[in-house]
Unconditional design. Structure first.
Length: 255
């Protein structure tokens, strides 16, 4: 992995036995994230709340029940929950979006680049070209819960600046895909090493859902809530170090 896409280890200044300043052993970035999430666990769980989990479970149930192209309850809940109706998108975009969601049912591998290109021709209500990358990840996560969700809260907490209006469509898409790959690798490591396990268990206990959330979805809720509360669980020295240029931030998108 290139240096630009690594999680850079923290280094701490400490006193040596001789009383001189020296460098301590690097702090493991995943341990740091686990420690900070645990430290702010109560605030994070409060910020999640029962409603987002209840609606997510209803959406998952409706999707599992069968074809959603004519399921207007599912589509209404999905648009409200993920705020498609607040993004200035056309009816044609939304219709094609739900068609693609159904077409990808059952797929373990989902090509986010192809989805973005498929939706590119649909201009916004203001007749602008747009890259709806967050909604693409929400489509993927609905089909396969092992895909994490990308949104502005997640981007903020991990130090990624979304490339709004910076470069061509392909350049912007490339930056988003690069960050998303980094995010998937990070979440995979956290789950694989049982990091955040106590917080994930506490989430389940707090809201008492009958069937456990998919592990990736639990991380989605935890980091989304941390971002919403502006809790810095990621030190700037271990945040994303990709190639995207700093750009102006937008108001955060809701779940």
């Amino acid at each position: 992995m290139s240096k630009g896409r690594e999680i850079v280890s923290l280094s701490m200044s400490t006193k040596t036995e001789a009383g001189l300043e020296g460098d301590a052993a690097p702090v493991d970035p995943d341990d740091h994230i686990d420690s900070e999430v645990t430290r702010h666990e109560s605030r994070i769980l409060d910020a999640v709340g029962p409603e987002p989990i209840a609606v997510y479970r209803r959406l998952a149930s409706e999707f599992a029940a069968g074809d959603i192209r004519a399921n207007h309850v599912f589509q209404f809940l999905f648009r409200s929950y993920y705020r498609l109706d607040n993004a200035g998108l056309t009816r044609e975009f939304k219709a094609r979006y739900f068609e693609l969601l159904e077409e990808h049912r059952g797929r373990a591998v989902i090509d986010l680049r192809r989805l973005a290109i498929e939706l590119q021709p649909f201009r916004t209500l203001r007749n602008r070209e747009s890259l709806q990358f967050s909604f693409i990840t929400k489509l993927a996560a609905t089909v396969n819960p092992s895909f994490p969700i990308y949104d502005n809260e997640v981007a903020t907490i991990f130090g990624f600046r979304p490339p709004y209006g910076q470069g061509s469509f392909e350049e912007r898409l490339g930056r988003c895909l690069e960050f998303y790959e980094w995010l998937r690798e990070l979440y995979g490591r956290l789950l694989g090493s049982n990091r955040l396990l106590s917080t994930r268990n506490a989430l389940e206990t707090r809201y008492r859902y009958p069937v456990p959330l998919p592990p990736m979805k639990a991380l989605d809720f935890i980091f989304w809530a941390a971002g919403k509360q502006r809790i810095r669980v990621v030190d700037r020295t271990i945040a994303y170090r990709g190639s995207s240029r700093p750009t102006a931030r937008r108001r955060s998108q809701s779940r």
